[in-house]
Design a protein around this ligand. Structure first.
Ligand code: GDP
Length: 195
């Protein structure tokens, strides 16, 4: 999809603030600094609309981006930032659980993993959680411009093995720098939201 119109509809902290349009929705989750803002900016064709993190872990709101009056992309605050207090981590957990388990219009979740490293414990927990709730999953391995192409097959194989991916999960290697993988991500979003 070539995006022309996008607006930040709301930064929500709880269900009472979720938008009511009823558009299909795709959420994006991942560890702080994994490249989530960069992926959102690539998808919506903007250089720096979604905040790229100078302060990882600080954004504790669900950011609903309305795209072409057709769907929402929901930027979920990143996890795994060491300096976040236990209390804030718990608050984050409640907010995410409420959103992922109750949002009727949620059609799928994109989870980002750093393509340069093996998935970490928190990533694996998140994938388990999403499997448990039977949410359609796209795994995006980020920053693959930092990995030689000759190793891309190896990355795919390792993620599939380590993250216990299921046959219905889709995996794509992505780079915000080269835009590699971006059309595949959009195809998946369009399929899941049926736009
Ligand atoms: P977020 O915290 O998950 O939103 O991550 P950001 O999108 O802010 O990215 C974190 C850092 O990784 C920034 O310095 C980005 O410039 C860098 N980054 C993000 N995506 C890529 C990518 O595809 N390739 C490279 N080389 N760097 C990236």
């Amino acid at each position: 999809m070539k995006v022309h119109n996008v607006s930040l509809k709301i930064s929500a902290v709880g269900a009472a603030q979720y938008p009511l349009e009823g558009y299909p929705e795709i959420a994006l989750v991942g560890r702080s600094n994994v490249g989530k803002s960069s992926l959102v900016n690539t998808l919506i064709n903007r250089r720096s609309y979604a905040r790229t993190s100078s302060q990882p872990g600080k954004t504790q709101t669900l950011n609903f981006y309305e795209v072409e009056s057709q769907l929402f992309l929901v930027d979920v605050p990143g996890y795994g930032y060491a300096k976040v207090s236990k209390k804030d981590r718990q608050k984050w957990g409640r907010m995410i659980e409420e959103y992922l388990t109750q949002r009727q219009t949620l059609r799928g979740v994109i989870i980002l993993l750093d393509g340069r490293h093996a998935p970490m414990q928190l990533d694996l927990q998140m994938i388990d959680f999403l499997h448990y709730y039977k949410l359609p999953l796209l795994i995006v391995a980020t920053k693959v411009d930092k990995v030689p192409r000759s190793k891309w097959n190896k990355i795919e194989k390792e993620i599939k093995q380590n993250a216990d991916l299921q046959p219905q999960d889709q995996l794509v290697l992505f780079s915000a720098t080269t835009k590699a993988g971006a059309p595949v991500v959009w195809d998946w979003i369009e399929k899941k939201t049926k736009i």
